[in-house]
Design a protein around this ligand. Structure first.
Ligand code: ADP
Ligand code: 3PG
Ligand code: MG
Length: 398
């Protein structure tokens, strides 16, 4: 069932607590990528236009329940203000006197932001006391923080049980797009999984292999599979547990349903650094002294061909060390193939979004999820606590 949204409630003159995920990369107060802020603009603009008194709440980083001035929301409020063309005042606390005073100053259509909600020790514990103090600031709760929906925290889950709670447009769109690629996709469905750490992505692999038609593996995700198939991976080290996980997964692979494709060739280098000479080798001939840094051209061609005939492409994680120009070619080649394909394309993961941006094809991708962990958990088929706490949309009879 789909979730009720801000279109299902009357917000005029009401105080709306709007949970957003403005956890963006911050370097000394400088915002690297403001995609998450821009993605919430439609909800914020609509609430303003409809005369809501909007109180934004987000976390930034992991301050672990303590005030840390380096993780203040001030820079994200500033950027939001620039994007909207109005200043966004920030409270000096989360639910204290400053927050209450700020809420008191809001007129219809105004907005303000609470300080980093993870400065409060109760946030990550989902403390009912904090949830009720957050709820006391508002009349309605709107959750647009898809990226944090996998966390059952006071500002994502707890408060949703106290106030009438609905989804914002970004949350609704994420659920609609990711839900449809899992449940009702245009076939054939091709999934590409790269990046690092098979242990964190194993659940995704396990769920996708029962749903998609072709799986392609790249990045450091491929190494444990190489080892499980008896090949060496040079100085690209793999934990024994990961080899065991890969072996189990290969054993459990359902027959005939889904084809499972590992890289056939890889790019290797002596070190992971700029300007290192590279060499392309077969997946089962990785030299002892080498490190695997990218997928090779034959692999890119195979993935490109698969993508060209796909109905849907789901892609998570870069296929090589894309941060280094010489090792970014595999990811870029596949990004161009996805951009050129007629398939519905959905990508997730902060690193992959940057890599696709570097490849200059962002506007040719149908949907770039704002979630990292949340997108992975959704693709694993898990229920996200921040989503289940929201109201279901009630079908109007007749
Ligand atoms: P995402 O954020 O898109 O979900 P991950 O965080 O799982 O992706 O992985 C991204 C990281 O994986 C990048 O820092 C990239 O350099 C690294 N990576 C990809 N391929 C390799 C490789 N062959 N060797 C080392 N690191 C790799
Ligand atoms: C993210 O960046 O994935 C979300 O903002 C959640 O952050 P967290 O992993 O610190 O809970
Ligand atoms: Mg990442």
């Amino acid at each position: 069932m789909s979730k009720a949204t801000i279109d299902d409630i009357d917000v005029a003159g009401r105080r709306v607590l709007l949970r957003v995920d403005f956890n963006v990369p911050l370097d000394n107060g400088h915002i690297g990528d403001d995609r998450r802020i821009r993605a919430a603009l439609p909800t914020i603009r609509t609430l303003r236009k409809r005369g809501a008194r909007t109180i934004l709440v987000t976390h930034v980083g992991r301050p672990k329940g303590k005030v840390d001035a380096r993780l203040s929301v001030a820079p994200v409020a500033q950027r939001l203000g620039e994007l909207l063309g109005v200043p966004v005042p920030v409270a000096a606390d989360v639910v204290g006197p400053s927050a209450q005073a700020l809420v008191g100053t809001l007129g219809d259509g105004d907005l303000g932001m609470l300080e980093n909600v993870r400065f409060e020790p109760g946030e990550e514990r989902n403390d009912p006391e904090l949830a009720s103090r957050l709820a006391s600031l508002a009349d309605i709760f709107v959750n647009d923080a898809f990226g944090t929906a996998h966390r059952a925290h006071a500002s994502t889950e707890g408060v949703a049980h106290i106030l009438p709670a609905v989804a914002g447009y970004l949350m609704a769109r994420e659920l609609e797009v990711l839900g449809s690629v899992l449940d009702n996709p245009r076939r054939p469905v091709v999934a590409i999984l790269g990046g690092a750490k098979i242990s964190t992505k194993l659940g995704v692999l396990t769920n996708l292999m029962t749903r998609v038609d072709r799986l392609h593996i790249g990045g450091a995700m491929a190494w444990p599979f190489f080892r499980a198939k008896g090949a060496a991976t040079g100085r690209s080290s793999v934990a024994e547990e990961e080899v065991t996980l890969a072996r189990d997964l290969l054993d459990r692979m359902p027959d005939g349903r889904c084809t499972f494709n590992l890289p056939v060739d890889v790019v290797v280098a002596g070190e992971v650094r700029d300007g290192e000479p590279t060499e392309v080798v077969s997946w089962d001939a990785i030299p002892d002294a080498a490190m695997v840094v990218d997928v090779g051209p034959a692999t890119v061609a195979a993935i490109a061909a698969s993508v060209a005939s796909a109905g849907t492409v789901i892609w998570n994680g870069p296929l090589g060390v894309y941060e280094i120009e010489e090792f970014a070619q595999g990811t870029r080649g596949v990004a161009r193939a996805v951009a050129e394909s007629d398939a519905v394309s959905v990508i997730g993961g902060g690193d992959l979004a940057s890599a696709v941006e570097d490849a200059g094809v962002t506007d040719k991708i149908d949907f770039i999820s704002t979630g990292g962990g949340a997108t992975l958990e959704f693709l694993e088929g898990r229920v996200l606590p921040g989503v289940s706490a929201l109201r279901d949309r009630v079908a109007v009879p007749g």
